[in-house]
Ligand binder design. Structure first.
Ligand SMILES: Cc1cc2nc3c(=O)[nH]c(=O)nc-3n(C[C@H](O)[C@H](O)[C@H](O)COP(=O)(O)OP(=O)(O)OC[C@H]3O[C@@H](n4cnc5c(N)ncnc54)[C@H](O)[C@@H]3O)c2cc1C
Length: 287
């Protein structure tokens, strides 16, 4: 299929892109194009106007300022994988990016597009929840900070207004007492998740001081398994507690049955991804 007709504009700045978004009804931002263009080819999306944000300097780059890492929204998956800053201070993002799609998609697909698109199968949204990320969003009235927690509202639905742009993602560098895990079950290389789970936990001595469990592709949007987190918080995590948390994860899931599996299979696989991610996170936090 080919797309319906559209006009193309290459934005020179965030302000330029916002002005176009404000002036032109149903205009769409074009980042890596790896979700938008397939939707346009299938005529699920027929934007009359595309605003290419690839050459805007403010949307590029990965920087460390104190313990805050700022990742420009146009950073590609491959740039995340190659980043020394992320490998050293937030390897969870590197691990997740390596599991996104295939090398071609990772070469163009951006973290900002992955988060903004709102596909429950995308990997970064749940990772943002586990990392307690801050999303920097800009619109006609300037910049605002939006916690990832509360940002994802439903399938293709989030807290970005039609005249706003996701400019950057801010995450805290992981500390020595923190560990992370990311497990994603997929049918084959390059596929979206049947179910996935990023976990970040902090230890205080032997006890779990804090834990954040994200879930990918088992609900209309990325979600946190908060009740499972509550079972583990403040406790010395052992196998029995992990089993209780995993059982809670099964009830938190509301997956849609499709070619990747039925609801029961997906929910149980989500629990298995959580088990493995917690084990990895614990081991890394202890070392
Ligand atoms: C074969 C295939 C397999 C894939 N597998 C996976 C996978 O396993 N995991 C995964 O996570 N993803 C997967 N993807 C999706 C891929 O990661 C996309 O690149 C990503 O979903 C969107 O990023 P993009 O930069 O390509 O955005 P685009 O496709 O350009 O844009 C997507 C949407 O987000 C909006 N948007 C883009 N940037 C911004 C911004 N800065 N601010 C506000 N709105 C914005 C656009 O207007 C559009 O509506 C796959 C894609 C393909 C084609």
């Amino acid at each position: 299929m080919i797309t319906s007709q559209f006009q193309y504009h290459k934005a020179s700045s965030v302000e330029d892109a916002i002005q176009k978004l404000t002036e032109i009804e149903d205009a769409k931002l074009l980042a890596g194009g790896h979700s938008l263009l397939p939707m346009m080819k299938l005529r699920f999306a027929e934007p009359p106007y595309l605003i290419d944000i690839n050459d805007i300097p403010e949307l590029q780059g990965i920087e460390l300022d104190g313990d805050t890492i700022r990742i420009g929204a146009m950073t590609t998956e491959n740039e995340i994988i190659a980043s020394d800053i992320l490998q050293q201070h937030c390897p969870l993002l590197v691990e997740a990016a390596k599991l996104v799609a295939d090398p071609q998609v990772r070469n163009r697909g951006t973290i900002g597009g992955d988060i903004a698109h709102g596909d429950p199968g995308n990997d970064h949204p749940a990772v943002m929840l586990a990392l307690d990320a801050n999303l920097v969003i800009q619109g006609p009235d300037g910049k605002r900070n939006q916690p990832a927690n509360g940002f994802f509202l439903g399938t293709y639905w989030n807290e970005i207004a039609e005249d706003e742009i996701l400019v950057a993602i801010e995450v805290k560098a992981l500390k020595d007492n923190q560990g992370f895990g990311y497990h994603k079950l997929k049918r084959k290389t390059g596929d979206y998740a049947v179910a996935g789970s990023p976990v970040v936990l902090s230890l205080d001595g032997d006890k779990c001081a804090d834990i954040r469990i994200g879930l990918t592709n088992v609900a209309p949007m990325a979600i946190r398994a908060t009740e499972a987190e509550n079972i583990l918080k403040g406790q010395v995590i052992d196998e029995a507690l992990i089993e209780q948390a995993a059982a809670q994860v099964v009830s938190a899931c509301e997956p849609a049955a499709d070619l990747r599996g039925d609801e029961e299979y997906k929910s149980h696989m989500a629990a298995e991804m959580v088990r493995r991610a917690i084990q990895d996170a614990l081991q890394r936090a202890r070392n």
